[in-house]
Design a protein around this ligand. Sequence first.
Ligand SMILES: [Fe+2]
Length: 204
Amino acid sequence: MFCSKDLEKLRRKVSEKLSEKRFSHVLGVERCAAYLGKLILPDAVDELSAAALLHDISKEISYDEQIKLLEETGFDLSDEDRKTPGVLHSFTAPIIIKRDFPEFATDNILSSVLYHTVGRENMSIFEKIIFISDYCEDTRKYDSCIKVRMSLIQGLEKLSYEEKLDRLDKACLLSIDGALEALERCNIPINSRMYLTRNSLLLK
Ligand SMILES: [Fe+2]
């Protein structure tokens, strides 16, 4: 689908659009997603790399500009979405990808960036890999991120395919709990989409 040259070109383009710190996080997400991809979705490793590189492409755009982009494209934006600005960049990323990186606008890439912040019910394996990689990539130094990373990757290679999927679900659940705890501690409003994702993982 994409060759290593395409990914190298994409890495360069993304690095020009993001701050150094954000780009370093993005490379961390790419490393994590590619590692998980090799073990769980070997046919989609390059596509996962591209999704990881693009997932935060609109994170440094201003709030007003994000809202404008979403309104212009008719996105179904709730009042709660407007009041939880941390989620907006995941909604605008697919718009930017279709506009500026159309060669990477595959269904998997668009949906995984769209849901990488709050997830959704019945996430695909591809979406879960991007979701969890964003939380526990190795430049993240919070205790909860390290804990989730360790619980996800320890002995992962030796597990059966089904056990790997189960491990992935548990890590997604743990990461949501870690994110909820951090938001609650700082009294930051929580987008209820996160609870739908959490329930969906719990009720499997
Ligand atoms: Fe991210």
